[in-house]
Design a protein around this ligand. Sequence first.
Ligand SMILES: [Zn+2]
Ligand SMILES: [Zn+2]
Length: 284
Amino acid sequence: MSGTINLKGKNYSIDGLTKDAVGIAKMLAEKARLHDEEINDSDLDAEEDKEIQTQIHAQLILPDFIIRAEYMAFTANSLHLLGAKLRGTSLQDQPKLFATYVQIFTILPEPKLNPFLRRYLQDKELVQGLGNQIGRAFIDGIQWRKPSGPGHICTLLMNMLMWCDPSLGDDGKACIDAVVRRGLFKKTKGLQETKGFENIDEFQRVEIARCNGMLNAIEELPDNLYVTSTRQHLLGQLDGCGNLECGEEATLNCSRCKGTRYCGRECQKKAWKEHKLFCFAPSF
Ligand SMILES: [Zn+2]
Ligand SMILES: [Zn+2]
């Protein structure tokens, strides 16, 4: 039957799942105060904090593609609000809210799979200052909220370094200022030398080491060469048709999400059933 997905023997309507994903994403945005118009400089109280964490953790037991659809909907509809709110949040006075905002950033699907996150990171105005702010917080000490941790924050910082315009940083080498990059280099090195480092999970160990290596490579290469050449390479990986069985070069943009590309109508049609679940018109 078209328009449905079979899950453990039961058929679910794709339209229904998409609607649910949008609804759940909106709930998270509301709980995290992203739709509040007035400035609120209080930290999350215990009740608010618990509600957000309960929702984030309840989602983790769902099938992967549903979690992905929810966070894709969140990225498309609310990421610009999350960035704006984080910018106005104080690490010292609102440590729980600050850590929650960074936590949400780190659980979004990676840029390779998430055209909305790529679009956001490449928008100089929207992303301005966030690399420095998150970098400084990571150096100074931020609460690590599961399922996110230091390795996940390193992934986020690397995504920013690779995708955000290097002219945002004070020396033009990368979007994060030189002094913050040096602090991050020391921090990621220090974490690797900390007793008990081998006890954290492998993903996080790899990401902390990778981030340290990337910071080193940025310094070693002249100007913004590391960032621009890495970006070129990443963009090259995205050149292919969105119908993964095809392999042709993509020339046509999905008109709704403007993120997924195809070689032509035929492939777009073939991929639609799968793509529909992740296709949202971005709000920014
Ligand atoms: Zn194709
Ligand atoms: Zn689309």
